[in-house]
Design a protein around this ligand. Structure first.
Ligand code: CO
Length: 200
């Protein structure tokens, strides 16, 4: 069986299993999606949002890009957030980075070709902003890990600054932004303790 035959066979087995557990599963999901969480994560194949959180289809709205970056001028991530907040009315946004992120590590490497360099420039700026703290660490591995964390914290802030998020808070809506980091080495998620629940 080649890879693509295997994927289709996996899909059929998965449908069978889901329907056995919950006969109305697909009918229900085809009518409406009501996720409570927007996940903003890295595109890294080792950090799949649903699998590592045990969530089913319909339970999490997902945006992933290299190094989980959120920029106002990036129409992709900001549209996803706008739709999740205004149409889906999610109550939680999780920015999830991961240790060992190649996109973050790229901020310590030579300039890349565009458009990748334009993207990594966001991380280079965060690195520059924290150069004192990062420079004081004992080795490159620790600096890389810390920059992965600092990047999550910066992106939580970027989400909190978006107009759509501000106006949700102004209208008294409950919306929390969480900063998490995933460890590839043990599969565990860690809360960075940076939950933002309002404009202050
Ligand atoms: Co990554």
């Amino acid at each position: 069986m080649d890879l693509f035959e295997k994927l289709l066979a996996n899909n059929q087995a998965w449908v069978k299993e889901r329907v056995a557990k919950d006969p109305d599963f697909f009918k229900r999901l085809s009518e409406v999606q009501t996720p409570d969480i927007l996940w903003i994560g890295c595109s890294d194949s080792r950090v799949p949002a649903n699998q590592i959180t045990g969530l089913l289809p319909g339970e999490v709205f997902v945006h992933r890009n290299i190094a989980n970056v959120v920029q106002r001028e990036d129409v992709n991530s900001s549209s996803v957030i706008q739709f999740a907040v205004t149409a889906l009315k999610v109550r939680n946004i999780v920015v999830c980075g991961h240790y060992g992120c190649g996109g973050v590590q790229a901020a310590y490497k030579d300039q890349l070709e565009d458009p990748l360099e334009i993207w990594i420039e966001h991380i280079r700026r965060i690195r520059a902003l924290h150069e004192d703290e990062l420079g004081a660490l004992a080795d490159d591995e620790l600096r890389w890990r810390r920059l992965c964390e600092l990047n999550v914290l910066a992106q939580v802030e970027n989400v909190a600054r978006l107009r759509v998020v501000r106006s949700a808070w102004e209208q008294g809506e409950r919306l929390a932004i969480h900063g998490w980091i995933y460890d590839l080495r043990d599969g565990l998620l860690n809360d960075l303790g940076a939950c933002v629940e309002g404009p202050d």
